[in-house]
Design a protein around this ligand. Structure first.
Ligand code: SF4
Length: 162
């Protein structure tokens, strides 16, 4: 998908009837640390819309809480291309298959409900869309789920862009 400006992505959100959302932004305690990241800004922006909550990581069977994961060798696009990996930051255990699977489940849900716009949690190695954790730091780019949704033509916004 070609890159849209923020104004274009916000306009797409305003017009959307149904929106895919990171479940943690809606108050689901599904983050790696067992907490949620509920956001009144997100709730306000999504008022009146039908919501499709997804958590790619728990959807793929990773538990709550779970060890923090970061990408190694590149952002979400590189993971999808087989050129980078998702690993437990503390131990290096590979979680690439789970991250890819979680992204595929999110895309499947988006297709099932006719979703054209997603609002995802910033900086997550799955959901980050402007920044994500790579090689020990936050870099500009997408996590694995955000990358797959973007490549499928879905407009992705970060909670911090609303
Ligand atoms: S950021 Fe995405 S993967 Fe992480 S807890 Fe929220 S919904 Fe799940």
């Amino acid at each position: 998908m070609t890159e849209q400006t923020l104004a274009e992505r916000l306009a797409a959100l305003r017009e959307a009837r149904v929106v895919l959302v990171s479940a943690c932004l809606l108050g689901e305690a599904c983050r790696y640390d067992g907490k949620s990241k509920s956001s009144s800004r997100v709730m306000q922006a999504l008022e009146g819309k039908e919501l499709v909550p997804v958590c790619p990581e728990t959807g793929a069977g990773l538990g709550i809480p779970r060890p923090a994961v970061e990408l190694r060798g590149g952002t979400g696009e590189a993971v999808l291309a087989g050129q980078a990996r998702a690993v437990v930051a503390a131990t290096g255990e590979d979680r690439t298959a789970e991250f890819r699977h979680g992204a595929e489940l999110a895309l499947e849900a988006a297709r099932r409900f006719g979703v054209k716009v997603a609002v995802l949690k910033e900086r997550s190695p799955s959901c980050g869309s402007q920044g994500t954790h790579v090689d020990g730091g936050v870099v500009s780019g997408r996590g694995v789920t955000a990358a797959l949704l973007h490549s499928a033509g879905i407009t992705v916004l970060s909670d911090e862009e609303l």
